[in-house]
Design a protein around this ligand. Structure first.
Ligand SMILES: *Cc1c(COP(=O)(O)O)cnc(C)c1O
Length: 448
């Protein structure tokens, strides 16, 4: 009979939010040159810039912080960390790193060389950058229909198996590994089905190419499999997770996502030879193989967070509350990427602001309006971030884990509706100053 899904936790420690008004924000936005990365967190009311490292740790995780063992070698924290990851992910070798991109750097240093091709459903931006740093080529193989933000599919994160097979049959000697990103962050937090992972694994075995999973949101992906893939309705999240990883030869992970930790990551593999090479590199850049650039206490927080992320009540609340935001605003007419993703809602700014051309950054203009009208910080994923070749003009509302309550989200809905009603007044932007690389972090813009 109970239809309301509640936050399955009580709040023991609170962090105050400083409220400000529209006039304050007008000045703050002016001083930050319309770039939300240049605003202090104190000046933000609801921060939806990212879900990375921004989640709230549980009392169990904080207890784990206290029992962390800071021994340089042979730490108990590493033993607990290693055991947990081996148990659920099933890989033989577990290498801790300070975050996900450090695991990627080591993986591609060891496995990739100039001219190689690395296919994926969609590479995350740090993954792509690490592949390109090796002078290799990162290729996204999403079905063409999925590029339409309004096209609905239960597993819109799936890789296109035909495209994969044809790439492999022509170039298998140049392909050192295949990567499946779960959930597909760049593609809108969309899940990958178990059958898609299984088929990719078959193809990878046929061509003898290792399959790695970018596992950042493995638990959210497992929940979508349970809800949307008939054969898994009665399967536990833990068993779904174990099966997902059973098809892979290794994985990279950012514990700042479904590790519900504030920092950390790891790299897993089943290959002894690779694990030795990876550990050699780890010592050069990250630290001894039992801590990998992290404190012992971080390893405990991650080991506990990974288990909490697979709790069914938590996942039900997590995925339903993200969908709640998506549903409330799309019912009002706001164009969002469909269906709602696991960790974020993406507004399609090219439909929201049809009169602002790409050159004047509709996504950034919308993100600035959401800040001005409600103190909400979001991120543009469009022409400001990717330049002229950006396929979309999106504004991402990423939801930190266990951090905001339903009334915070209701407030976000109210602000978005107000901005939508007044969208004809929103003006485009132009760049006045920009750096050479990754310009979205520091570019200065002005209203036209
Ligand atoms: C965040 C993320 C990464 C990189 O992890 P960091 O901890 O930020 O270095 C890699 N892949 C995906 C899909 C991510 O979301």
């Amino acid at each position: 009979m109970n239809k309301v899904i509640i936050e399955p936790f009580r709040i023991k420690s609170v962090e105050p939010i400083a409220l400000n008004n529209r006039n304050d924000r007008l000045e703050i936005l002016y001083k930050a040159f319309n770039n939300l990365f240049l605003i202090n967190s104190d000046d933000v009311i609801i921060d939806l810039l990212t879900d990375s490292g921004t989640g709230a740790m549980s009392s169990q995780q904080w207890a784990g912080i206290m029992i962390g063992d800071e021994s340089y070698a042979g730490s108990n924290s590493f033993r607990r960390f290693n055991k947990t990851i081996q148990e659920f992910f099933g890989f033989e070798y577990v290498i801790p790193t300070h975050q996900g991109r450090a695991a990627e750097k080591i993986l591609f240093d060891v496995m990739c060389k100039e001219g190689d091709i690395v296919p994926s459903n969609s590479h995350f931006d740090t993954t792509r950058a690490n592949i390109e740093f090796q002078k290799a080529i990162a290729i996204d193989l999403i079905p063409d229909d999925f590029k339409n933000t309004q096209f609905e599919h239960p597993f819109k994160g799936n890789i296109d198996l035909e495209k994969l097979e044809s790439l492999l049959s022509a170039n298998s000697a140049k392909i050192p590994l295949i990567i499946i990103t779960v959930t597909n962050n760049t593609g809108g937090g969309q899940p990958v089905s178990m059958s898609n992972i299984r088929e990719v694994s078959k193809i990878s075995k046929k061509y003898k190419i290792p399959l790695y999973i970018d596992a950042c949101r493995f638990a959210e992906n497992a929940f979508f499999i349970k809800k949307r893939e008939k054969a898994y309705r009665e399967t536990s999240i833990v068993d779904i997770v174990k099966e997902m990883f059973s098809y892979a030869d290794g994985c990279t992970m950012s514990a700042k996502k479904d590790g519900i930790a504030n920092i950390g990551g790891f790299l897993c593999t089943n290959s002894k030879k690779l694990s030795m090479k990876k550990k050699d590199l780890l010592i050069l850049t990250e630290g001894f193989p039992t801590y990998g650039g992290l404190a012992g206490r971080d390893l405990d927080a991650i080991a506990i967070g990974i288990k909490e992320a697979m709790d069914l009540d938590y996942l039900n609340y997590r995925i339903t509350s993200t969908a709640y935001l998506g549903k409330k605003i799309s019912e009002y007419g706001v164009p969002v990427l469909l269906p709602p993703g696991g960790h974020a809602i993406y507004i399609d700014a090219s439909i929201f602001l049809p009169n602002i051309p790409k050159e004047n950054f509709p996504g950034q203009a919308l993100a600035c309006s959401l800040y001005l009208e409600g103190g909400i910080r979001t991120s543009e994923i469009g022409s400001l971030m990717f330049g002229d070749n950006s396929p979309h003009e999106l504004v991402r509302l990423a939801i930190p884990r266990r951090t905001y309550t339903q009334s915070h989200i209701d407030y976000v809905v109210e602000v978005i509706k107000y901005v939508y009603d007044n969208r004809s007044k929103i003006k485009g932007l132009e760049i006045v100053e920009q750096p050479k690389f990754l310009r979205h972090f520091s570019a200065k813009l002005k209203n036209i």
